[in-house]
Design a protein around this ligand. Structure first.
Ligand code: CP
Length: 302
């Protein structure tokens, strides 16, 4: 693995290796015992062109937990504000010899473009609606730790699938690892085509949830919709919002997941977002650190 640009590029064996390494770091973070110098003398640049809390901060912490130094590039303070082009920015940063670049960008395939112009590994922190590979990896780690082996699971991916890079990366990963994957979305948020074969599709929660072990909700991505497409929050919640009662249609032991940020009262009811027994959302956030430690270790560790 030279870069991590998408789950699409990984074999089931490579995914297994990352998840095993992530599980090792998850346990290590509990005991405080790991090699804190794994990334000694390494310099990582974070290059985020879109807002982020979880991905940006957890990559920063993961790198520092392994001994790296992190440079947080910000577009508003950069020479792109003086009309420097995206490519010239990338070529300039490459000349400073970073050991890795972690990036998020609104353009489809932007990390792949950057990977073709730099000498170090590039890690995709989310591009357009294409892929968000470390989100899918941390979701898989969470499911394995909290529910069971991926190959035994039925996972319902619900909501605004049409605009979701999280849905794409999760669908690809879960199918590669042998899970049963359902896409549950209202017709206007159902994609025209899917990133992987073998997905079951449903247009209502009543049809799509029964028997699911995990219900993975997605944020309504209003910023990717045209004005006339944006649903009314209350109407969407009535039709497609997940409540505890609706989660119970999946089963009394089914869990809710959400990559965040959540729209409370839209795709998820407040009561469910804070339900400590049925929600894995806080555990997903925590799982971001060991997952990203694993990815950094495997790409640039000693
Ligand atoms: N899940 C996720 O990517 O969250 P952020 O946008 O906060 O990074």
């Amino acid at each position: 693995m030279k870069h991590l640009l998408g789950i699409e590029d990984l074999s089931a064996g490579e995914i297994r290796d990352i998840l095993d390494r992530a599980a090792y770091y998850a346990k290590s973070l509990e005991t405080g015992k790991w090699d804190h110098k794994t990334l000694d003398n390494k310099i990582v640049i974070t290059l985020f062109f879109e807002p982020s809390t979880r991905t940006l901060i957890s990559f920063d912490i993961a790198a520092k937990r392994l001994g790296a130094s992190v440079v947080n590039w910000q577009v508003e303070n950069s020479s792109m504000r003086k009309n420097e082009s995206f490519l010239d920015t990338i070529l300039t940063l490459n000349q400073m010899k970073p050991d890795a670049i972690i990036m998020r960008h609104v353009e489809f395939g932007a990390p792949n473009f950057v990977a073709g112009h730099v000498d170090c590994p590039v890690i995709n922190g989310g591009d357009s609606w294409r892929e968000h590979p470390t989100q899918a990896l941390l979701d898989a780690l969470t499911m394995e730790r909290e529910i069971g082996p991926i190959k035994d699971l039925t996972v319902a991916i619900c909501g605004d699938v049409a605009h979701s890079r999280v849905a794409n990366s999760n669908a690809i990963l879960l199918k590669k690892m042998g899970a049963n994957v359902r896409i549950v979305a209202p017709a206007f948020l159902m994609p025209q085509k899917f990133p992987v074969a073998g997905l079951e599709t449903f247009t209502s929660l009543e049809e799509g949830l029964p028997g699911a072990d995990a219900v993975m909700l997605l944020r309504i991505q209003k910023e990717r919709m045209k004005a006339g497409q944006i649903p009314d929050d209350a109407a969407y919640h009535k039709e497609f919002g997940l409540t505890l009662e609706r989660l119970n249609m999946a089963g009394r032991k089914a869990f809710v997941m959400h990559p965040g940020p959540m729209n409370r009262g839209v795709e998820i009811a407040d009561e469910l977002a804070d339900d400590r027994e049925r929600s894995l959302i806080a555990k997903q956030v925590a799982g971001g650190i060991p997952t990203r430690m694993a990815v950094l270790d495997m790409l640039i560790g000693k």
